[in-house]
Ligand binder design. Structure first.
Ligand code: KIV
Length: 273
């Protein structure tokens, strides 16, 4: 008996993403952290799902992405993978689980792949983490890079403002992008950098470049699901387009439920046994 998938749904692979870039077809990516949301996002036809360490903010209410642990990321990723039939699932390696040395990085990447069933990992940084990226890739784990505003370094930056406006930082970013491509990364996220710089990177390297706050001239876009659905309304950066007001919808629904319970209107006869 074949152990390969027989489902008629064609899964997105890193190879397909590469072809999309060559065809000039834009790549769509959103975050998801749980089974229910991941199922909806996948059914809508998203190309990639990121189990981002933004779960630390969105799911757990932390101020930064730093507190989330490897075990917690694996828990979120496992729930997402169970729901997904088509999208490529990328899982963030969290702060503190790869910076020590390349052996630690490899161990963390392998735990994510083995325990969650995710399809790839994402890691923040350039030249500084080259050795780790190479070791993870040599184990057969696809790696997505992340440059620009890398939230795990927020205490070094001191602010969430646009990165790489100055020439030195912009030059380093381009060099880092080339290094990640040469190492064998299958794609790269660029966060909150000038659109002109992001365009230059997307034209320079052959792997897909996915932007968040990096303008339109890249190969695809990623947003945090809860931000674009209007669930988290305190976060309103310029790059965010809000596609729904789910907080409003949910407040209204829960308010109506409370009213019906208090008045005795719910449950009615049809809703009872
Ligand atoms: O964790 C995350 O959601 C991310 C995206 C902002 C790219 O890294």
């Amino acid at each position: 008996m074949s152990v390969h998938q027989s489902s008629h749904i064609k899964r997105i692979t890193t190879h397909i993403l590469q072809e999309m870039k060559h065809r000039g077809e834009k790549i769509s990516m959103l975050t998801a952290y749980d089974y229910s949301m991941a199922g909806i996002v996948d059914a809508a036809g998203i190309d990639m799902i990121l189990v981002g360490d933004s779960a630390s903010n969105v799911m757990a209410g932390h101020e930064t992405t730093l507190p989330i642990t490897l075990d917690q990321m694996i828990y979120h990723a496992t729930s997402v993978v169970r729901a997904v039939k088509r999208a490529l699932v990328v899982v963030d390696i969290p702060f503190g689980s790869y910076q020590g040395n390349s052996s630690e990085a490899l161990r963390s990447a392998i735990r994510i792949m083995k325990e969650s069933g995710g399809h790839a990992i994402k890691v923040e940084g350039g030249a500084e983490i080259k050795e780790s990226v190479v070791r993870i890739l040599s184990a057969g784990v696809p790696v997505m890079g992340h440059l620009g505003l890398t939230p795990q370094s927020i205490y070094k930056f001191g602010t969430y403002t646009v990165r790489a406006r100055e020439e030195d930082e912009a030059n380093k970013l381009v060099e880092d992008a080339k290094i990640l491509e040469e190492c064998g990364c299958f794609a790269l996220v660029l966060e909150k950098i000038p659109a002109k710089l992001a365009k230059k990177v997307a034209e320079t390297i052959r792997i897909p470049v996915i932007g968040i706050g990096a303008g339109a001239d890249v190969d695809g876009q990623v947003l945090v699901l809860h931000d674009m659905l209007g669930i988290t309304q305190e976060f309103q950066p310029r790059f965010l387009r809000q596609y729904a007001d789910l907080r409003g919808t949910m407040l209204n629904a829960v308010g109506n439920y409370i009213k019906d319970v208090k008045s005795g209107d719910f449950p009615n006869e049809k809703e009872s046994y």
